[in-house]
Design a protein around this ligand. Structure first.
Ligand code: ARG
Length: 413
């Protein structure tokens, strides 16, 4: 009997090619695992494809709720955006897919685990680190990386080997889950080329009308949309449809990969973009400015760890504890206006609001005692004022000395 290898299988080009390579080059029995993180694929078709290429067994794992609960929720609480832009959809799913693959490998007594990542991206790091953290004894095989394959070579190999690939795969490399969609490759590798409408799935480019979505948060977690309570997976789908219908949710930026490459990345994540904007806005209403300033640094660090494949690092869970503590007051409702690709928070309310109208108002009835401000301002600017005056005096002295030198020099002649 041949040794068993468990392959994280998406049904795409890379992983389909991997099945055949693992069989022929490594002479192993391949068990494929597809982890459902809300990618809305035809899973029966994926199983058929895996078996047609040669997998001896296929395992489907429904991890949608786990993904939402243990990965997306912490990311919402952390306002998870890498480099201020990317909602981390792919990055969050990888450690979960890796963990499920390891689980199957243990059950099946496999000697190795495999993934279809290239050596140029972040996904290899996310897979390898999680796999090694959970089962350091298992061998990791990454055929695409090991053989330094390019997409064109893979397509050629797939054709030669009668490996079925989707027509979409020829145009773009797409990674999709509940939290968003990443589109890579093809004509959008040209950083100066505007992604064509066909690259997107949720976005309506023709709708000019404005729409609104109201999101309710309970301790940092979105629990209702437009007054309807729903599960997080349903809520994300609802907001995806609604924001996408108004053109909201495209992210197009230059991203720094962990391996040093700068890449042009295009994402489509209407729900993630809208929910994080709303969540951040609510935090601004209920957290003190000191909490906000500190949490911003924590959020950035959290996003970096998630992006860089360090989900398993204890620092991530340490930061989660801090973030959780800040979320106890992040409850309330945020109303977002959506129109022609833009979004704007236009209203918010919370029982924990630190915004007090009677303090802020310029109208009569303010409870703010303006006379207190005079002394405060004087003390507040004290060092800045002294610094300016010291610099002014020092400048004058320097000028004087220079002049004296000049005059002295002339006299000597
Ligand atoms: N650049 C993004 C990331 O590192 C997206 C990667 C998409 N992955 C893919 N296999 N198409 O998370």
């Amino acid at each position: 009997m041949a040794n068993k290898v468990v392959l994280a299988y998406s049904g795409g080009l890379d992983t389909s090619v991997c099945i055949r390579y693992l069989q022929t080059l490594h002479k192993m029995d391949v068990i494929t695992v597809t982890v459902d993180c809300g990618q809305d694929d035809d899973f029966a078709e994926i199983e058929r494809r895996a078996k047609a290429i040669g997998a001896i067994k296929h395992v489907y794992v429904d991890a949608k709720d786990e993904f939402a609960r243990d990965y997306v929720i912490p990311s919402i609480k952390a306002n998870g955006l890498y480099q201020g832009k990317y909602p981390l959809a792919t990055a969050l799913a990888r450690p979960l897919i890796a963990a499920k693959t390891v689980e199957v490998a243990t059950k099946e007594n496999a000697v190795a685990i495999a993934h279809g990542c290239t050596g140029k991206g972040n996904d290899q790091i996310r897979f390898d680190v999680t796999m090694r953290a959970l089962r350091p004894d298992l061998k990791i095989i990454a055929p695409i990386r090991d053989m330094n394959l390019t997409r064109d070579v893979e397509i050629k190999y797939a054709k030669e080997q009668n490996i079925p690939i989707s027509t979409e795969a020829k145009k773009y490399s797409i990674d999709l889950n509940l939290w968003g969609r990443a589109v890579e490759g093809g004509n959008i590798e040209d950083a100066d080329f505007e992604p064509p409408e066909e690259a997107f799935q949720y976005i309506n480019f023709k709708n000019d009308k404005a729409g609104y979505v109201e999101i309710e948060f309970d301790q940092g977690v979105p629990v209702a949309a437009d007054g309807k309570h729903m599960s997080l997976t349903d809520l994300i789908q609802y907001v995806n449809d609604k924001a996408g219908a108004h053109g909201v949710g495209i992210v197009d930026h230059i991203e720094d990969r962990v391996v040093g490459i700068k890449s042009r990345e295009v994402y489509e994540a209407p729900a993630a973009v809208t929910i994080i904007e709303a969540h951040r806005d609510l935090e601004k209403m209920v957290l003190t400015k000191h909490e906000l300033a500190f949490k911003r640094m924590v959020d950035d660090q959290w996003s970096w760890l998630a992006y860089a494949g360090l989900w398993q690092d204890p620092l991530r869970t340490d930061l989660d504890r801090f973030i959780d503590a800040t979320q106890t007051r992040v409850s309330g409702k945020v109303r977002v206006k959506l129109q022609r690709g833009s979004l704007r928070v236009v209203g918010r309310q919370s029982r924990y609001s630190l915004y007090k109208n009677d303090l802020a108002t310029y109208a009569a009835g303010s409870t703010f005692d303006q006379s207190l401000a005079k002394g405060f301002v004087e003390l507040w600017g004290l060092q800045s004022i002294i610094a300016n005056s010291v610099a002014g005096t020092a400048d004058k002295k320097q000028q004087q000395q220079q002049q004296e030198k000049l005059v002295g020099g002339k006299n000597r002649k």
